[in-house]
Design a protein around this ligand. Structure first.
Ligand SMILES: Cc1cc2nc3c(=O)[nH]c(=O)nc-3n(C[C@H](O)[C@H](O)[C@H](O)COP(=O)(O)OP(=O)(O)OC[C@H]3O[C@@H](n4cnc5c(N)ncnc54)[C@H](O)[C@@H]3O)c2cc1C
Length: 448
């Protein structure tokens, strides 16, 4: 029987393991921590179980929703509450945009997000045809060339910050927002206003997204695969036609190897096997973030008036100089969170952007205090939380710089030169859960 080792029990490793198991391989997943799921994880705040990592997935890509259905998990969707932008001293409605690039300039004007000069520049937009041969530029540079800097600073930055915790002027247009690349060159910057019953943009799971990896793990065990926690893989080498892994608890051998770890670990493991891929992966930067989950008593004076205002939360442009970069009013975004925390309003803030790791290197209480101070200023909230939980994600999100797609092509070419080896995960084709699942399925298919 073919034996396969999968390094990393995040979504990528678990999904690759599932496909390999289904194809009849004997699969062992090796995971450094004591729990599967990677960036999908449960935490407790005031006795309520919530996600302290990823909390939703795109519904308009099939991979995540199809997997959940296959596992018998019922999906739910966010409420219709929308996010605001906290900028220029007020919480303002988010206009229609494509990742921050405005689709309706009158709508943008009505929000007050831009000052008069910024709005004037946006109205004098200059189409930016991108030559197909020009390799890649940053999202921020491309949008600024068409709409001006303030659109980037007050709209693109907070929206991209929410997904990548990165900076618009350092993230690849083609890798991070490919839909924009084409549209920015057109005379009319517009997409049809949706009509009729479109499927919701996002899906979640009642009780939390962390249940998705938990269900894959249970399914894997049922099918005879092994998942070993507290097992850090420190080195990999060729052994005839197979592989030998050195781990914190001994050596493991296999015919097939899937490396499903973040780039720094993958670079270390591929150093001997695929040095060109290892060098590219070692150069991929990550942003660290922290999530602070807070629970407030709904009947505390002023709490509902400040928070329960029909918004799903707000985003904060870096140019406004606040500590938090976003707050998600989980109780307003997800019916199940409101129901689970009876008498409580549970929300979270997120802090940390690429290159600002030092701002997170403070005690948990400082991150809670900074969150409360910003929430107070944005919403008028003065109550103390009943409970607060800090989850740190050091090296949480890869930063796709301009040229990322070419780098990934070189990584795949290098890995393809080693029969039996495959790589997958958020470092390659997208950081969202569906994209990570797709990369894992591609890795398993390449081996099969
Ligand atoms: C705070 C946060 C919020 C997010 N929110 C969303 C969201 O709402 N929706 C969405 O679609 N995406 C979201 N994302 C992105 C998405 O969750 C991740 O990109 C995705 O889950 C990454 O999966 P992965 O398997 O590639 O990597 P990971 O989840 O990082 O898994 C890698 C695993 O490998 C293990 N590992 C590392 N090194 C070794 C080693 N040497 N030996 C053994 N094991 C090792 C790690 O412990 C980990 O378990 C979020 C990300 C973060 C950080």
């Amino acid at each position: 029987m073919t034996r396969a080792l999968v390094v990393g029990a995040g979504m990528a490793g678990l999904v690759a393991a599932r496909d390999l198991t289904a194809a009849g391989a004997e699969v062992v997943v090796l995971e450094a921590t004591d729990i599967s799921g990677g960036k999908l994880r449960a935490g407790q705040v005031a006795g309520v179980t919530v996600d302290v990592g990823a909390e939703a997935m795109l519904n308009r890509r099939p991979e995540g929703t199809a997997l959940a259905r296959d596992l018998g998990i019922a999906l739910t969707h966010p409420t219709t509450a929308t996010s605001r932008v906290w900028t220029r001293g007020a919480l303002r409605r988010l206009p229609r945009t494509l990742m921050g690039a405005p689709l309706d300039l009158d709508d943008l004007a009505a929000t007050g997000i831009l000052g008069p000069d910024g709005l004037d520049r946006a109205r004098h937009q200059v189409p930016q045809p991108l030559d197909g041969d020009v390799s890649d530029i940053s999202v921020g540079d491309a949008v600024a060339a068409r709409f001006g800097d303030e659109v980037v600073d007050r709209l693109v930055e907070p929206l991209l910050g929410g997904v990548y915790a990165g900076h618009a002027r350092r993230l690849s247009l083609r890798a991070a927002v490919p839909q924009l690349a084409d549209l920015l060159g057109r005379e009319e910057f517009t997409v049809p206003v949706p009509t009729g019953d479109l499927p919701p943009v996002f899906a979640g799971i009642t009780g939390g997204m962390w249940q998705l990896p938990a269900a894959i793990e249970a399914d894997l065990r049922e099918r005879g695969a092994e998942i070993r926690h507290d097992t850090t893989v420190t080195a990999a080498r060729r052994d005839g036609a197979g592989f030998v892994l050195t781990t914190s608890v001994g050596e493991e051998r296999a015919d097939l190897l899937v490396v499903a770890t973040p780039a720094a670990a993958s670079a270390r493991l591929l150093g001997d096997l695929a040095p060109a891929a290892a060098a590219e992966l070692a150069a991929l930067d990550y942003a660290s973030v922290a999530l602070v989950t807070l629970a407030f008593a709904a009947d505390d004076p002023g709490v509902a008036e400040a928070l329960d205002v029909g918004a799903a939360g707000f985003l904060v442009p870096p140019v406004d100089g606040r500590r938090i970069k976003a707050s998600t009013f989980s109780f307003a975004k997800w019916d199940w969170v409101r129901d689970a925390g009876s008498g409580l309003l549970v929300l979270r803030t997120s802090l940390g952007r690429h290159g600002e790791e030092a701002s997170l290197q403070v005690p948990d209480e400082d991150l809670v205090r900074a969150s409360l101070a910003d929430l107070a200023e944005a919403t008028g909230l003065t109550a103390r939380p009943v409970d607060a939980v800090v989850q740190r994600w050091g090296g949480g999100l890869p930063q796709y710089r301009p040229g990322h797609l070419d780098a990934v092509a070189r990584i795949r070419a290098s890995v393809a030169g080693v029969p039996g080896l495959a790589v997958c995960g958020a470092a390659y084709d997208g950081v969202g859960i569906p994209a990570v699942i797709a990369s894992a399925r591609r890795a398993a298919a390449a081996l099969l």
